[in-house]
Design a protein around this ligand. Structure first.
Ligand code: AMP
Ligand code: MG
Length: 545
């Protein structure tokens, strides 16, 4: 909008926020204004107001996200802020609405889903000329709520709030979270699907992203053969979210799909690098901007196990298990390709774009693995080195985060001709990573791998002059020291449920600098305690949220 955005931004009050609601203005609206659950045809969104809540209370806010909106921290601590982001008050310029989308859930077409408990408030246009959509999650029912209540509980909202910010600071593309607010209302949830629903504190998160458009937003119009709406949505998305690609048309559609393939590949490579398992990679949970979106029953790998998923609903099949995420993303991209095919009518460039995904993912992953091991580059031989490492890591339950972080501390005696020392002294830095003491033959496998690794590092030193210190710096910039371990989030939830929000603040501060040593926070660099192994919320999660 503004051709010359000011280079520095003045802090604003909430009332001074400027809204430029492009989506509402440019896309077809649901003509029915009644907030009733139904199929919404021929429209991209329905206008709907957040539900009034009794006694909102701010739990936490993210000052970095407020800064994106030009809001200073003081403004986030006002009663006005709490009322607005609980859904009780609208600012001038806000035009609340819920979007229509469909999706493939667990491999099957599920028809209309839509924002069943998300309400977009509008698009803030900040002083740097950026658009940021504000979205309340858990602010009451919409036409897309189907049989559910449109609400969210504290435990899932707190997990979403903290993880969005943790991922951002890890360098993983993600939607952001501005605020976490208790509503003062009780919400009924059957957490274990056991027929024992309980009352839980309700909460609302305000999520922030350039847009919340999902693969499923395109799929629904294609599935319904509403091709004119599909074309409008693609055109809008190109102009709003991909302006650098140029005017919408068949050529830009392909360039756009290629870009979605690339950004999705990068996002998945990041997940694999940090040990994140999304848990519900349905196509309605895939952002068109390649952002991690919809934090539900996600989890972090503790013991390295490619077959692990935190989602109880998927435990049997493991469709969305850690090691399957790259393949699932490709499958999801293929569904998006099918959805936009009617606008392109040519299979070949879409297939070529899926190959771009494969290549991009492989390159990103290899690059990450080289960095994780402190190598200057990934070479053909490193496939064996990495495969062997992944096998060794599964011989004994080994904490992924601690292992990679401490690997940088092993003295591999590169300056000597041979690698000496007792098993105990060489492996000492890795002891903290083992959930049980490894049997001698398993330790031997690890030592054998370390010998290969050492050879590779020597070669890297000869070819590129990479010193031990350079290796450590490279590794520690890629291997986080602190991640949002499942049990850490649960401890913050337990305390917040009793009205103590200090642990949310502690974790927010900790996870701002996940690659830094933070000696005062060393106690967070620890294996999952045994009590948390089977505790609900600490290892397995249901979709109930
Ligand atoms: P999810 O698996 O959480 O991404 O949600 C899938 C679909 O269910 C989306 O359309 C959500 O909006 C909807 N949904 C999930 N939970 C609720 C809820 N409590 N109330 C209304 N809709 C919901
Ligand atoms: Mg979802």
């Amino acid at each position: 909008m503004s051709p010359h955005p000011p280079s520095s931004s003045a802090p604003l009050t909430l009332e001074q926020l400027r809204f430029d609601n492009r989506l509402v203005r440019e896309l077809p609206a649901d003509p029915v204004s009644e907030n009733s659950r139904r199929q919404v045809l021929g429209a991209c969104y329905s206008r709907v107001n957040p539900q009034h809540v009794r006694q909102p209370q701010l739990v936490a806010y993210a000052q970095e996200v407020a800064a994106l909106l030009d809001l200073p921290p003081e403004e986030c601590r006002t009663e006005n802020f709490t009322q607005i982001f609980a859904g009780n008050r609208l600012l001038p310029g806000m035009e609340p609405h819920a979007c229509c989308y469909g999706g493939h859930q667990f491999g099957h077409w599920a028809g209309q889903l839509g924002d069943g408990r998300a309400i977009n408030l509008g698009e803030v246009l900040n002083q740097r000329g950026e658009h940021w959509t504000l979205q309340l999650k858990g602010a009451g029912p919409t036409p897309y709520s189907r049989t559910a209540d449109g609400l969210a509980v504290l435990r899932s909202s707190l997990r979403e709030f903290l993880c969005s910010e943790a991922m951002f600071h890890l360098g993983v593309p993600t939607t952001r979270a501005l605020s976490l607010i208790l509503t003062g209302e009780q919400v009924q949830r059957d957490m274990f699907y056991s027929g024992n629903p309980q009352w839980e504190p309700g909460a609302v998160v305000c999520r922030v992203a350039p847009s919340f458009t999902r693969f499923g937003n395109f799929e629904i119009f294609s599935a319904r053969n509403e091709l004119d709406v599909l074309q409008q949505l693609v055109g809008f998305t190109l102009r709003a979210d991909f302006p650098h690609l140029g005017e919408p048309g068949p050529k830009t559609y392909i360039a756009w799909f290629e870009e979605v393939c690339r950004t999705t590949a990068q996002m998945i490579a990041h997940w694999m690098r940090v040990g994140f398992v999304h848990g519900v990679m349905n196509t309605d949970n895939m952002s068109i901007l390649g952002l991690t979106i919809d934090y539900g029953p996600y989890g972090w790998l503790e013991g390295f196990d490619p077959d692990w998923t935190p989602n109880t609903t998927d435990a049997q099949r493991g469709r969305y298990r850690f090691g399957n995420q790259p393949k699932v993303a490709l499958w999801n991209l293929a569904q998006l390709a099918n959805a936009i095919y009617p606008l392109i009518n040519d299979v070949e460039p879409l297939q070529a774009a899926l190959d771009i995904y494969r290549n991009q993912y492989q390159n990103a992953w290899q690059n990450d693995m080289a960095n994780k091991l402190g190598l200057s580059e990934f070479t053909e031989q490193d496939n064996t080195l990495v495969d062997e490492l992944q096998r060794v890591l599964q011989l004994t339950e080994t904490d992924m985060t601690i292992f990679y972080r401490r690997l940088a501390d092993i003295d591999l005696q590169l300056e000597r001709d041979t690698f000496e020392g007792s098993t105990d002294s060489v492996l000492a830095p890795l002891n903290e990573a083992f959930y049980q003491k490894p049997a001698p033959e398993k330790l031997q496998s690890l030592l054998d791998w370390l010998q290969q690794y050492r050879q590779r590092l020597l070669q890297d030193y000869i070819l590129h002059g990479t010193t031990t210190e350079q290796r450590r710096i490279r590794m520690n910039a890629t291997n986080p020291k602190y991640v949002l371990r499942n049990y850490l989030a649960q401890q913050a939830i337990d305390k917040a449920s009793e009205g103590d929000f200090a642990e949310v603040e502690n974790l927010l501060a900790l996870l701002r600098k996940p690659y830094d040593e933070q000696p005062h926070n060393q106690h967070y660099f620890a294996r999952r305690p045994e009590w948390a192994r089977h505790k609900a919320g600490c290892s397995m999660l249901s979709c109930s949220s």
